[in-house]
Design a protein around this ligand. Structure first.
Ligand code: F6P
Length: 256
């Protein structure tokens, strides 16, 4: 029955939150890797959750990615959302404009009647360029935001997909392979044990700053992302995280 299905999901949500060591899990029915529309359900849940926790003048850091992008279809200028400031969690990717954090913050802001801050810098920077850039006032203003972000909304991806999307060099792909990278979030690549094995030299929010934020909403689904999701939460997970995922990913983790 419908009731059994729903109460079955609720039991799985509790179990998964326990396994991952986080505050809460919301599982939507389906599997993104089977039915792409499932991503919209994740976006809807995430957007509703954001509305319940958003408070006046909160700052919200968001990453790029298609799952985070899915929130925008369900946003409207409600009382709590219109006073937010959406801040791009990272510099731009250089490709796929529509999925970049910079693009998403402006879309989210216009949907909610809110404010936004972008960070227009290439993702791959030399050490010297990097050190110079972070001193620039326009960059520094956004970087200072990262120290007091009220809500973080982020995606989690597989290392393969992300290395591919970023057009990474053969050498980097080989290194990620050798070090057995499985997942990626915020520009950090990690292995199954959750160890960070590589990090893109970029300007963006640091994991330490993410962990200091009182609210974290992670959005990632699909059976193919199960390993990446589990790996991301393996080592010192941010306990305040709410993961919004689908049955595809949830079942694959629970059945292991
Ligand atoms: O590039 C931004 C990002 O959030 C990555 O950190 C993450 O791995 C990826 O997007 C997730 O993208 P998607 O939701 O499209 O799978």
């Amino acid at each position: 029955s419908m009731f059994q299905e729903v109460s079955g999901l609720r039991t799985k949500e509790k179990k998964l939150a326990e396994i991952l060591g986080i505050k809460k899990v919301i599982i939507v029915p389906g599997d993104i890797n089977v039915d792409a529309n499932t991503q919209m359900l994740i976006g809807k849940e995430a957007s509703e959750y954001l509305t319940t926790i958003a408070d006046k003048d909160f700052t919200v850091a968001i990453t790029g990615g298609s799952t985070v992008a899915a929130l925008k279809n369900f946003m409207s200028p409600s009382k709590s959302l219109s006073t937010l400031t959406f801040v791009a969690a990272r510099g731009s990717l250089g490709n796929e404009m529509s999925l970049q954090a910079n693009t998403l913050v402006s879309k989210f802001a216009s949907k909610c009647g809110a404010d936004f801050r972008t960070l227009y810098l290439p993702e791959k920077l030399s050490e010297t360029a990097f050190m110079t850039m972070i001193q620039e006032p326009v960059v520094k203003e956004v970087l200072d935001f990262y120290d007091h972000i009220d809500i973080v909304i982020h995606g989690i991806g597989t290392s393969k997909e992300m290395a591919h999307r970023r057009d990474s060099s053969e050498a980097i792909i080989k290194m990620l392979d050798e070090k057995k990278a499985v997942g990626e979030a915020f520009g950090y690549y990690f292995d199954e044990a959750g160890e960070i094995i590589y990090r893109i030299n970029t300007i963006g929010i640091q994991l330490q700053q993410v962990k200091k934020s009182p609210h974290i909403i992670a959005v990632a689904g699909g059976s193919l992302k199960a390993k990446a999701i589990q790996a991301y939460f393996k080592k010192e997970p941010a306990h305040q995280t709410i993961l919004i995922t689908d049955e595809g990913a949830a079942n694959a983790i629970l059945e292991k």
